[in-house]
Design a binder for this molecule. Structure first.
Ligand SMILES: [Zn+2]
Length: 390
């Protein structure tokens, strides 16, 4: 089988990440920042950091009075359940959970979300953009940012902030540290302040106002708007990542939420782990477009995490990373909702390639068996199953 490894690209000498990852910086030895972070992580005094967190949260509770103590943005993924455990059962907080739905919930994801809310007895606000809007945005997203998921990147950034402002709740609490995955922060210098530009910069990249056109109006795009600087200022918005204060271990946490709270894994296209983005039917699409742009996808990323943690050798990592090249079933659904042809899809993706990969052959392989879970948003599955047959 062909390899997804490209001879002319520089790869981290420790893990499987190539130079084409956004924001990636190598040190003089050729080690990427995520690998450096994973070393820092071992030398951090986590007992001390936990004490800082405990004091901070005690302070927050005292100030909140009868209001919610914090906003907890959740997707229904394993981090959501773990964050709820930490905040509610360990620190006795009263969070307001907020979900911006991509409207692409998997059946497993819908179960995990509602199960977590039941397990922890948490109040919850769910926002779901309508189907037609999601479909139109998914189409525009490809040409705008080179993946299918602008509405999700943008909505999960903006919507919790809107709710924080409306409910006057200054603190937002996320899960995994930014240092874990990207070159954007390190464990030694965690990001604490989040200005409103932050989300546009790091994930959505294109502002809602720039998505207008092609059947999308400014009115359509209101749910994706960040609150104004004045509003953020008035409430005193700030955010923390629990992963900067408590030792983050995806594998152990997944086992813990599964065995303790009944969280469920599912097969995820393009990935060899069954817990990241389990709430969505489309991650395979997102990660495949990453491969077509940058020459690596979710499997390279997951393999790199395991290599860092000593669970795989680098060579074993590259072997597993071949899954990045698989054409996902989610592409069929994507073509259906956007009306694009497969040729148009690949043409657009070609124009989105990083300079290092232009003119390079990017092999694509067919999947050998269908995904265990249906690649159709759960609400649509329910409609199919339960509406009267014509
Ligand atoms: Zn590395």
């Amino acid at each position: 089988m062909a390899s997804q490894r490209f001879d002319h690209l520089q790869y981290c000498i420790r893990c499987c990440m190539p130079e084409t990852q956004e924001g990636l910086k190598f040190d003089e030895m050729g080690i990427c920042q995520a690998c450096q972070s994973s070393e820092q992580k071992i030398h951090i005094n986590w007992v001390e950091r936990e004490r800082v967190l405990r004091n901070l949260l005690e302070d927050v509770k005292a100030k909140a009075g009868n209001n919610y103590d914090c906003i907890l943005p959740i997707s229904g993924g394993k981090d959501s359940t773990f964050q709820m455990h930490v905040l509610v059962n360990v620190y006795k907080m009263k969070p307001l959970a907020v979900t911006f739905s991509h409207n692409w919930f998997s059946e497993t994801g819908w179960y995990n979300l509602t199960n977590a809310l039941e397990q922890f007895d948490i109040d919850h606000i769910l926002f779901t953009p309508n189907r037609g809007l999601v479909n139109r945005l998914a189409k525009k997203s490809l040409s705008a940012i080179g993946d299918s998921c602008w509405h999700c990147h943008s909505g999960i950034g903006a919507f919790p902030l809107q709710i924080a402002v409306k409910f006057n709740i200054p603190l937002l609490i996320w899960g995994e540290s930014i240092a874990e995955a990207s070159g954007r922060a390190s464990y030694l210098e965690p990001v604490r302040k989040f200005d409103r530009e932050y989300f546009t910069k790091v994930s959505a990249k294109v502002k809602p106002e720039d998505m207008v056109g092609d059947g999308l109006t400014e009115k359509d795009l209101q749910p994706f708007m960040l609150p104004s600087a004045e509003e953020c200022e008035r409430v005193g918005l700030y955010g923390i990542h629990l992963g900067d204060y408590i030792f983050w271990d995806d594998e152990r946490q997944t086992e813990f939420v599964r065995d303790t709270y009944g969280w469920k894994e599912t097969e995820i296209e393009g990935a060899f782990k069954c817990y990241k983005s389990a709430e969505c039917v489309m991650p395979g699409m997102h990660d495949f477009t990453c491969y077509l742009k940058r020459g690596f996808g979710r499997s390279s990323y997951q393999a790199s995490v395991d290599v860092r943690n000593g669970l795989l050798t680098r060579e074993e990592g590259f072997e597993l990373a071949k899954k990045d090249m698989e054409r996902p079933e989610a592409l069929d659904y994507y073509l259906k909702i956007t009306g694009l042809t497969e040729e148009e899809f690949y043409e657009t993706m070609k124009s989105k390639r990083v300079p290092q990969l232009q003119g390079v052959d990017l092999p694509v392989i067919e999947k050998t068996r269908p995904n265990r879970e249906r690649i159709l948003p759960y609400p649509q599955q329910l409609q199919e199953d339960m509406s009267p047959k014509k």
